[in-house]
Design a protein around this ligand. Structure first.
Ligand code: COA
Length: 327
């Protein structure tokens, strides 16, 4: 029999430094009015010089451990969702394993861009459901400031740094992840990517000159695909769970653009008050968005046992994912 996997603890870490829209006005040709009206973002956090994805991920994980009193030595597995790893290898998960003293844990990274956290959560759930593992740490952590082209106003205003973490364990009587949907469309890799830096296009003086080692995006097309995929994924998860949108206490959408979220809300006919949104403060932190939202809702006491949540995301790949979770 499958064992349900519930979230036993949450944590988050946001770097101290705040980069406001007014700050960006001094860096590229843009305005607070443009950024706010087109995206809903007011400010974002930027990691300190030398602060890495694993530093942030470990801080978020440590908070989840402290909050729950779970001994790091009881963690069986660490999965880190990130598209901005500390190094190509070893994995960021291995750095985090050492930083939190999870000496017994297996550790690996999972890459599905902005969809990474839900991909990782669903993967983690399989280990608990099968009975193979008792305690799995799932981290979403990103230092997007390291891959953003700070000369490109089309993209640099959108992203921020941060990390979130959850600890999954079996809970008697709880349903945990009720349904999920994972998807990808690898025919559209070029509309959102970092072209250079891998084996396909190694770093050369030419690459550095063209800045193709930084994130590139066809914004309008990504916007269109995001609305379609998130809506489809949300409906798929609801159908598999046998519930209606009105049964949901919270919808936690990918925090990319408030207009994408509003479009999804409209298509699902769900009032915006059921959507949790913090992108005004952090921008798009990619794989870190969902666990940061979960932690904020949890610490604010806005999650009660039995509440149904729908999480739905979209990212480069293209990738998308959704999951219904009973808290
Ligand atoms: N400040 C001022 N003007 C800007 C700007 C900025 N930061 N960024 C772009 N512009 C300009 C463009 O150059 C364009 O000018 P032009 O018409 O002279 O060429 C104009 O604003 C309109 O651009 P457009 O692409 O029509 O804007 P938009 O309404 O589509 O909004 C995005 C742009 C990027 C905010 C929007 O497309 C978006 O959010 N896309 C999805 C991004 C996303 O979610 N990515 C991550 C997915 S995980």
């Amino acid at each position: 029999m499958r064992r349900s996997a519930s979230i036993a603890a949450t944590g988050a870490y946001l770097p101290e430094r705040i980069l406001t829209n007014a700050d960006l006005e001094k860096m590229v040709e843009t305005s607070n009015e443009w950024i706010l009206s087109r995206t809903g973002i007011r400010e974002r956090r930027i990691a300190a010089e030398g602060e890495t994805t694993s530093d942030m991920g470990a801080r978020a994980a440590q908070q989840a451990l402290d909050q729950s009193g779970i001994d790091p030595k009881t963690i069986d597995l660490i999965i880190v969702a990130t598209c901005t790893p500390d190094t190509a290898f070893p994995s960021t998960a291995c750095y985090i394993q050492a930083k939190i003293g999870a000496t017994r844990a297996a550790a690996f990274d999972l890459q599905a861009a902005c969809s990474g956290f839900l991909y990782a959560l669903v993967t983690a759930e399989q280990f608990i459901a099968s009975g193979a593992h008792k305690t799995v740490l799932v981290v979403g952590a990103e230092k997007l400031s390291s891959i953003v082209n700070w000369q490109d106003r089309n993209t640099c205003v959108l992203f921020g740094d941060g990390a979130g973490a959850v600890i999954l364990q079996h809970r008697e009587g709880g349903r945990g992840i009720v349904s999920f949907d994972l998807g990808a469309d690898g025919t559209q890799t070029e509309i959102l990517s970092v072209p250079a830096g891998g084996c396909r296009m190694p770093i050369t003086p030419e690459v550095l000159k063209n800045r193709s080692n930084f994130l590139q995006m066809a914004g309008k097309e990504v916007f269109r695909q995001a609305v379609t995929a998130m809506n489809r994924s949300a409906e798929d998860c609801l159908e598999k769970a046998g519930i209606k949108p009105k049964d949901l206490r919270w919808i936690i959408p990918h925090q990319a653009n408030s207009r994408i979220i509003e479009a999804v809300a409209q298509r699902l006919s769900v009032d915006m008050e059921h959507f949790y949104v913090n992108l005004d403060r952090y921008g798009n932190t990619s794989a870190a968005c969902i666990p940061i939202c979960l932690h904020e809702l949890n610490t604010a006491g806005k999650l009660k046992q039995g509440d149904l949540l729908l999480m739905v995301v979209f990212g480069g790949g293209l990738t998308w994912a959704g999951a219904v979770l009973e808290w």
